[in-house]
Design a protein around this ligand. Structure first.
Ligand SMILES: Nc1ncnc2c1ncn2[C@@H]1O[C@H](COP(=O)(O)OP(=O)(O)OP(=O)(O)O)[C@@H](O)[C@H]1O
Ligand SMILES: [Mg+2]
Length: 338
C-alpha cells in the first residue's frame, strides 16, 4: 500500500504564496531523509509534476543548542540564482521562495540520475575528473560574484554565518583545545573580515549531486558574502576525512584533493592566488580538527584512535601555520603511512 503524506501547513502556505499551488488544490508528497536543518519534501504539483520543497527549521536537528534564523532560506534561494547565472546547472533551478514561511521550491532532481557524491566516495568511487569539475564550477561562481561587489548587499548574513559556521566549527574547537584558542580565534576573525565573493558555506560531498551534466551544488543555507577560501578549505577537508572512512580508496581521495585544489587555484582571477591559498591552507587544519572536536563531528569517525590521527596532524599545523595546501596534504599522507 502506498502511503500518501501531506506536507505541513507551512509548506502549503509557502507554495500558495509562491503561486505554485491554487488555493483550493490539495497536494501529496513524501518527506526526504537526510536533512538536519530543514524539512525537505518531494511534492507532486498539479500544474508541473514533481518539485522539491525546502523549509528551514529554526533549530537544527543535530544539537539542541544550535539555532539558526529561518531567513537563511531566502539567502539560499539567492545563492541558487547567482550560481545558476554564473554556471548554468550548478544548482537546481529555483521555482520560488517565500520569506514568511522560510520555504523555497526548486526543480526535482531524480536520485536515479543524481547520485550523492558522498555516497560515491563512501563506496570508494573517487574520481579526480569529477573533483576537478567541482572546483571549476565553484571557482567560476566565486569569480563571477567577486566581479560584482554590489551583490554583497544581497547577503547580509554575517550573523548567520557566525552562528552556523564560525562558532560551531572554529570557536567550539577553540574551547576543546584551549592551548590553540588563539590561532583558532584568529582564523575566525580573519575569515569574518575577508569580503571577496559569494560563499556557499557548506561545500560538502553530502551537498553535491553527480548529474549527467556535472556537479550540482545543494544546500546553500550558509550563503555569505565573505571569504571564498572557506568553501575551498571546507570541501578539501572532506577529502582528507574520507581517507579514514574508506581507507582502501585513500590514494584516490588524495588524488581528488590534488585535482580539486589545482583546478580551483587555476581559476582564481579576483585576487593574488597565493593569498587565497594561504587562507585556505590555514583554515583547513582548523576545519579538520573541528570535524572531530567541534559541535558537528563527522558521524563516521567513531574510533578514538582515528580521532587522534586527525588531532596529531591538525594541532601542529594550527600552532605553526603553513602557506600551501600541499603542506597540509603531505602532513596527512605521512600520518596515514604510519
Ligand atoms: N532539488 C532536489 N532534488 C532532489 N533531491 C534533493 C533536492 N534537493 C535536496 N535533495 C535531497 O535532499 C537531501 C537534503 O537536502 P539539503 O542538503 O538541501 O537539506 P538540509 O536539510 O539542509 O540537509 P543537511 O543539513 O543534512 O545538509 C539531499 O542530500 C538530496 O538527497
Ligand atoms: Mg545538506
Amino acid at each position: 500500500m502506498t502511503v500518501i503524506h501531506s506536507p505541513s501547513a507551512d509548506i502549503l502556505l509557502g507554495l500558495r504564496a509562491m503561486g505554485l499551488l491554487p488555493d483550493s488544490a490539495a497536494v501529496a508528497g513524501e518527506p526526504l531523509a537526510g536533512g538536519v536543518s530543514s524539512d525537505i519534501w518531494r511534492v507532486e504539483l498539479p500544474s508541473r509534476g514533481a518539485v522539491c520543497i525546502k523549509r528551514a527549521l529554526p533549530k537544527l536537528k543535530v544539537a539542541a543548542d544550535w539555532e539558526a534564523p529561518v531567513a537563511r532560506n531566502l539567502y539560499e534561494a539567492r545563492w541558487m540564482r547567482q550560481a545558476n547565472a554564473a554556471v548554468p546547472g550548478s544548482a537546481p533551478a529555483l521555482l520560488g521562495q517565500d520569506e514568511a514561511t522560510g520555504t523555497l521550491a526548486m526543480e526535482w532532481l531524480p536520485p536515479e540520475r543524481h547520485a550523492l557524491w558522498k555516497t560515491r566516495l563512501r563506496d570508494g568511487h573517487a574520481d579526480p575528473a569529477f573533483a576537478t569539475e567541482v572546483a571549476r564550477r565553484l571557482v567560476r561562481i566565486h569569480a563571477a560574484t567577486a566581479a560584482d561587489p554590489a551583490l554583497a548587499a544581497c547577503f547580509p548574513t554575517d550573523t548567520i554565518f557566525h552562528a552556523i559556521r564560525l562558532e560551531p566549527y572554529l570557536l567550539a574547537t577553540a574551547r576543546a583545545h584551549p592551548d590553540l584558542a588563539s590561532p583558532l580565534q584568529e582564523l575566525a576573525d580573519t575569515t569574518a573580515a575577508t569580503r571577496r565573493a559569494l560563499v556557499h558555506g557548506d561545500v560538502s560531498p553530502k551537498n553535491i549531486l553527480a548529474g549527467a551534466a556535472g556537479p550540482v551544488f545543494l544546500d546553500a543555507e550558509c550563503a555569505w558574502w565573505g571569504d571564498p577560501a572557506f568553501d575551498l578549505a571546507f570541501c578539501l577537508n572532506h577529502l582528507l576525512l574520507k581517507c579514514l572512512w574508506t581507507p582502501a580508496a585513500r590514494a584516490a581521495f588524495l588524488a581528488c584533493f590534488d585535482a580539486l585544489a589545482a583546478a580551483y587555484l587555476a581559476g582564481v582571477d579576483w585576487e593574488p592566488v597565493a593569498g587565497l591559498e594561504q587562507r585556505a591552507a590555514r583554515l583547513l587544519p582548523g576545519l579538520f580538527l573541528a570535524r572531530v572536536d567541534g559541535k558537528s563531528p563527522v558521524e563516521y569517525l567513531t574510533e578514538e584512535a582515528d580521532k587522534d590521527r586527525v588531532r596529531r596532524v591538525a594541532r601542529p599545523l594550527l600552532a605553526v601555520p603553513v602557506d600551501r595546501l600541499a603542506a597540509v596534504r603531505a602532513a596527512w599522507a605521512e600520518e596515514l603511512e604510519q
